[in-house]
Design a protein around this ligand. Structure first.
Ligand SMILES: C[S@@+](CC[C@H](N)C(=O)[O-])C[C@H]1O[C@@H](n2cnc3c(N)ncnc32)[C@H](O)[C@@H]1O
Length: 217
């Protein structure tokens, strides 16, 4: 599906979030607490926007972005030649234990067929003291935002997807958000993956959750 929508993915992100997704990625990159010279892995990197944000902090050559959709990676490569983009499976990362200073995932965890395993893999490849960050859409519980959210995701987003030429993909998006654990449950998944100091911030009126944790040791 992501190979199919790669060409329209960035434009749809900008339209659906009214350009706000860049600000959310900046906050996620801040929470990864990376510095110049660090090595960071961006899992399910897609067209690479979070990896690019991280590379602004590490400097050239510090970031690896991985994903299994080659068409998404092709676009990422054309945007950021200084980032290494590699094909792979987030549930079976091909990197040694403790080989990164931080690992991030932006709007990708919701697509993992096994969330616990994806988070455990991210935790495994980060050194003790390093950070794991998950940026995701979440379902606001309280009106009026919950009403707005339902209208936006159930009606407007699939309509925009139809205009962009792939209504299936943009019908899948709201259903994948609905299936995904809420902020507290996701916090529990990070703890179960072995992370400590687990916290989350909600932004955009409670539509976006950014979870973070530290690898113990
Ligand atoms: C909604 S896109 C997010 C892309 C990007 N991280 C962003 O912030 O825009 C989800 C991405 O997750 C990738 N993905 C889902 N499951 C994966 C897995 N098990 N291994 C690697 N990539 C995966 C998809 O190929 C897709 O590019």
């Amino acid at each position: 599906m992501f190979d199919r929508i790669a060409r329209v993915y960035d434009r749809m992100n900008s339209v659906m979030t009214v350009g706000m997704h860049h600000r959310w990625r900046q906050r996620a990159a801040d929470l990864a607490q990376v510095r110049s010279g660090d090595r960071v892995l961006d899992v399910a990197t897609g067209t690479g926007d979070l990896a690019i944000e991280l590379e602004r902090r590490t400097g050239p050559g510090g970031v690896v972005g991985m994903d299994f959709a080659e068409a998404m990676l092709d676009i990422a490569r054309s945007k950021a030649p200084a980032v290494t983009f590699e094909q792979g499976n987030a549930l079976e990362l091909s990197y040694p234990d403790h080989s990164f200073d931080a690992a991030t995932v932006g709007f990708g965890a919701r697509n993992f067929s096994d969330l616990g395993r994806g988070l455990a893999e991210m935790t495994r490849v980060v050194r003790p003291g390093g950070r794991v960050v998950v940026l995701e859409i979440t379902t606001p519980q309280r009106p009026p935002l919950s009403w707005f959210f339902r209208m936006w995701f159930d009606r407007i987003v699939p309509g925009l997807g139809r205009v962009a030429g792939d209504s299936d993909a943009y019908t899948y998006l709201p259903s994948s958000v609905r299936r995904f654990p809420g902020p507290k449950e996701l916090g529990g998944e990070l703890v179960a993956a072995g992370l400590t100091d687990v916290r989350w911030v909600l932004t955009a009126g409670g539509i976006i959750a950014i979870h973070s944790g530290t690898v113990p040791g």
